[in-house]
Design a protein around this ligand. Structure first.
Ligand code: FAD
Ligand code: NAD
Length: 474
């Protein structure tokens, strides 16, 4: 007979493990099944985010930032160091240690909350049964009152540039180079391309990023994308827009790319190629015959605003459903679904999910861009403020970038806040709170901000919506 659980969660990434822990906190009997195998060949909890995504990429971004600053940005402070060197092995070892610390942390949290962890590949069967092909070769079946699908996502592979794990890599490969590639190519100037392109550029690679779209960072506000592009260009990131890759060939002297842009046929030779053209929901093999659960045209599990699939007791959260593919969006959905299962109100407001790109400077936003407002026929007033006029930014030698606040022209309600600048990832939460409480630009403008801080740029940009910024001409 199959063992019964109140909740079976498939996937132990940030969406799944948070759902499992919250459900267990609420007194439910929970199992969480995950098939991820870590670098050491053993099952590892935490999914993409902890193993090959958010956490390891931020570890490398930080190591490379320290090295770059030492080499290029400390002289202005009077600090110089002769023969600065980067030991890539030590950097990767530090990253692996951080990954182990956090994946091990989830194992400990599962134990503490009495969540049963099962290593294997799970398939949902009709009547809330789940069959599992275990990593150790065995197979099992469980029954559940509720099943939460949290299978996450996998990188999209281009048919003419198949990953070989050596010279053509995905995110996992680009987080594990053993030496700095001389020529590093990236297909896709999205979040992964910019973050991992920055890492290897700072360590000395010649980085070329080929982007199919004619516009840079099309998802961001145009003013912010323009300011970010200017800074990335100064750093030597060679971003080629409107570049459609047509062929990739592995040759002795490197990876040869053929692409077409506005000037016709072009070519590029690199030592390592990262393909970062987006991710797709990991729903292959997730659903057995006759479950009734539907996938949409992009292979994502179809759900309503409460992450319910429409089939009794079957829920889905995180990267495998609609909405942004972000760890914090998935984990909020995990909490909401666990609470709904326990009979509590659970809710995620997708309109106030913040976005952050961890480049230098950082890019962060919440809400709509000015172009999105215009396209929806919403009249807006905007205010912006440059970090170059902020005392703390000048004292820190971090003057690049700006804050832009977008408010409804009549009601003044905040519709979007966009930041490119140092610590944008932290500053954006002031705007998230204001928008979650349905605040106005005037609310932000009337809040006392500590001086001197970078956040004063948010305050001044909010004042600028009403043309009364103090430290710039309105
Ligand atoms: P995942 O983290 O993908 O976890 C799903 C888990 O389910 C995996 O372990 C998978 O092996 C397992 N699984 C899948 N199918 C089955 C099955 N049938 N049976 C058993 N197990 C299964 N987001 C941010 O918010 N901030 C960042 O800074 C950030 N940086 C990123 C950097 C990189 C390089 C990448 C690739 C992604 C980054 N992301 C970031 C995105 C973030 O990693 C994802 O949004 C997040 O991991 C999604 O969480 P999830 O739980 O839905 O899925
Ligand atoms: P992305 O959607 O951010 O960017 C992919 C880029 O590739 C786009 O600009 C797209 O126009 C371009 N592209 C698509 N096909 C192409 C082709 N054939 N040739 C050239 N360019 C092409 O995807 P990603 O960078 O792979 O990241 C996947 C997701 O992971 C992100 O959307 C994000 O949700 C998540 N992520 C988040 C963070 C973060 O929060 N800081 C970091 C990394 C990844």
């Amino acid at each position: 007979m199959s063992e019964h659980f109140d909740v079976v969660v498939i996937g132990a990434g940030p969406a799944g493990y948070v759902a499992a822990i919250r459900a267990a906190q609420l007194g439910l009997k929970v199992a969480c099944i995950d098939d991820f195998i870590g670098k050491d060949g053993k099952p590892a909890l935490g999914g993409t985010c902890l193993n090959v995504g958010c956490i390891p990429s931020k570890a490398l971004l930080d190591s490379s930032r320290q090295f770059h600053n030492l080499e290029h940005n400390f002289a202005v402070h009077g600090i110089t160091a002769a023969n600065a060197a980067m030991d890539v092995g030590v950097m990767i070892g530090r990253k692996d240690k951080i990954v182990r610390q956090f994946t091990g942390g989830i194992t400990a949290l599962f134990k503490a909350n009495k969540v049963t962890a099962i290593a294997g590949f799970a398939t949902l069967q009709p009547d809330r049964k789940v069959s599992v092909k275990q990593v150790d070769g065995g197979s099992r079946e469980f029954s559940a009152t509720n099943v939460i699908l949290a299978a996450g996502s996998v990188p999209i592979e281009l048919p003419f540039a198949k990953f070989d794990g050596e010279r053509i890599v995905d995110n996992a490969g680009a987080l594990d180079f053993t030496a700095v590639p001389k020529r590093f190519g990236v297909i896709g100037a999205g979040v992964i391309g910019l973050e991992l392109g920055s890492v290897w550029k700072r360590l000395g690679s010649e980085v070329t990023i080929l982007e199919a779209l004619p516009d840079f960072l099309a998802a961001a506000d145009a003013d912010i994308a323009k300011a970010a592009a200017r800074e990335f260009k100064k750093q030597g990131l060679d971003i080629r827009l409107g570049a459609k890759v047509t062929a990739v060939a592995l040759k002795k002297d490197g990876v040869h790319l053929a692409y077409v842009d506005g000037n016709g046929e072009q070519s590029l030779v690199v030592d390592k190629l990262l393909v970062a053209v987006g991710r797709r929901a990991a729903t292959k093999g997730l659903l057995g015959e006759g479950t009734g659960v539907q996938l949409d045209e992009r292979g994502r599990v179809q759900v309503d605003e409460h992450c319910h699939s429409g089939v009794d007791g079957i829920w889905a959260i995180g990267d495998c459903v609609r909405g942004p593919m972000l760890a914090h969006k998935g984990s909020e959905e995990g909490v909401a679904v666990a609470e709904l299962i326990a009979g509590m109100p659970g809710h995620v407001n997708l309109d106030t999910v913040p976005w952050v790109i961890y480049t230098e400077p950082e890019v962060a936003w919440v809400g709509k861009t000015e172009a999105e407002c215009k396209a929806s026929g919403i009249e807006v007033r905007t205010g912006s403020f440059p970090f170059a006029a902020v005392g703390r930014a000048v004292a820190m030698n971090e003057t690049a970038g700006m804050v832009k606040v977008i408010a409804h022209a009549k009601s003044d309600r905040l519709l979007g806040v966009h930041i490119v600048g140092a610590a944008a990832s932290e500053m954006i939460h002031e705007a998230v709170v204001a928008m979650e409480f349905k605040g106005s630009a005037e609310d932000l403008a009337r809040i006392c901000h500590a001086h001197p801080t970078l956040s004063e740029a948010v305050h001044e940009a909010a004042l600028a919506v009403d043309k009364r910024a103090i430290h710039k001409a309105n």
